[in-house]
Design a protein around this ligand. Structure first.
Ligand SMILES: [Zn+2]
Length: 247
């Protein structure tokens, strides 16, 4: 999972979505909640979502990273807050993400919240996924991050792992392990080349980073593994510059 910057929609597209939302709101106003799903679904199906989809594709980057797992299989627009229970978010641009087929199917209408009604799922356009998730290089799985201060695993890590089954997605796991090997190879070349600059190294790593693992390598638990730990010990100044570039 990787952090994604949300791009703005063109103003005419934003306007058309606002108008569609206003129409839906007036339809929903007189309905019982059990009718919301059908009404919001029909409104969404009749709306031309092509421009929103194109903008989501642009946000997904050259490797077309799907936003809950970084797989690239499938092309669904997912409503982070499901339109069946939150019809007021049906045409809300910040509520739309690009989902792979599996994540879309597993998520369905589920939207767990905490006791403050805040989402327990990760929106990668808002949240830093690595604040809640960890990566297990042995299995290639994403797992909930352990918080040593509170002595427990992050709720906001456990829920997305459970819901999107991130701890048993073989294709994603293999892809992440391969991506990590490529990142490690690039770091090993940097260790062997005294001309390496932090700018060049981080730019190269981002270029090959399909799964957002660069952040995990430098500020997550990946920093404890070879060759990252070696880079930190042997070239502490370069290491510090890399960490500040990742921010
Ligand atoms: Zn997915």
């Amino acid at each position: 999972m990787r952090r994604i910057s949300r791009l703005p929609l063109a103003s005419d597209v934003e306007g058309a979505m606002a108008a569609a939302q206003a129409r839906l709101n007036s339809e929903i106003a007189g309905l019982l909640p059990e009718k919301w799903a059908k009404t919001a679904g029909a409104a969404w199906d009749h709306h031309d979502s092509g421009a929103a989809r194109s903008t989501l594709h642009a946000m997904a980057g050259p490797r077309q990273c799907r936003m809950y797992c970084c797989d690239s299989h499938g092309d669904g627009i997912d409503h982070f807050r499901p339109k069946s229970t939150y019809p007021g978010y049906t045409f809300s641009w910040p509520n739309l993400l690009l989902s792979c087929t599996e994540c879309g199917r597993y998520k369905g209408k589920e939207f767990p919240v905490d006791d403050q009604s805040q989402p327990l799922l990760i929106d990668p356009t808002v949240d830093d996924p690595w604040a809640h998730l960890d990566f297990d290089p042995e299995t290639g799985n994403l797992v909930a991050r352990y918080d040593p201060v509170h002595g427990c695993f992050s709720d906001r890590g456990e829920e997305p792992v459970r819901q999107s089954r991130l701890d048993r997605r073989e294709a994603v796991a293999r892809g992440m392990q391969k991506a990590l090997r490529q990142l490690h190879e690039r770091v090993e070349r940097a260790l062997a080349d005294p001309r390496t600059t932090a700018d060049r190294l981080i730019a190269d790593l981002h270029q090959i980073d399909e799964y957002g693992l660069v952040v995990w390598c430098f500020v997550g638990s990946g920093r404890h593994d070879t060759p990252l730990a070696t880079l930190r010990e042997q070239l502490p100044s370069l290491w510090a510059q890399c960490v500040s570039l990742i921010g």
